[in-house]
Design a protein around this ligand. Structure first.
Ligand code: S3P
Length: 167
């Protein structure tokens, strides 16, 4: 199987869908933020605070290069800005998980650990700023995507099924 790369805005459920897909269709689930945290031995939040965003974006680029050369049979969930990396199309089929901003924000707030979910995301500290970023990125996500799946009102397993159907 060629890799599948899930892109989309913060909080849309990329990691959850990747794990559901891996369980259902016998693939490996990998997350780029997890890879970066283990490369650096520190949390994304601390990388942003201690080194700044451009440093983090360089790490994403390194990660994209490594994935394109070394990984197969995997479904890869990515950070919300990973779609801008140069080698993304070389990694595999790019699938956008799409949702309205309101549904994303409500999804985060509905989580039992909502505070933690927001606190760990440096670019989701102010909902107004996050909405602005969402608007800026909306069309860009669609340009990069090979496939778009709307995730609103779907369970992670339903989204996984839909991805399988479309690929
Ligand atoms: C980011 C999204 C985050 C994380 C970092 C930057 C972004 O990942 O990579 O905080 O630029 O949208 P999630 O999409 O998992 O929140």
């Amino acid at each position: 199987m060629k890799n599948i790369i899930l892109i989309g805005f913060m909080g849309v459920g990329k990691g959850t869908v990747a794990r559901a897909y891996a369980t259902e269709f016998d693939a490996f689930a990998i997350d780029t933020d997890d890879l970066i945290e283990s490369m650096e031995n520190r949390k994304i939040k601390n990388i942003f605070e201690e080194e700044g965003e451009p440093y983090f974006r360089d790490l994403e680029q390194k990660c994209a290069k490594w994935l394109s050369k070394s990984v197969e049979n995997s479904i890869i969930s990515t950070g919300g800005g990973f779609f801008k990396t140069k080698s993304i199309k070389k990694i595999g089929t790019v699938v956008l998980l799409d949702s309205s901003y309101e549904a994303i924000y409500q999804r985060i707030l509905a989580h039992p650990n909502a505070k933690k979910k927001l606190a760990k995301r440096p670019l989701f500290q102010d909902p107004k700023q996050a909405k602005k970023l969402y608007k800026e990125r909306s069309a860009e996500y669609k340009e990069v995507a090979d496939i778009v799946v709307n995730v609103e009102d779907k369970t992670p397993f339903e989204v996984a099924q839909k991805i399988q159907e479309l690929i």
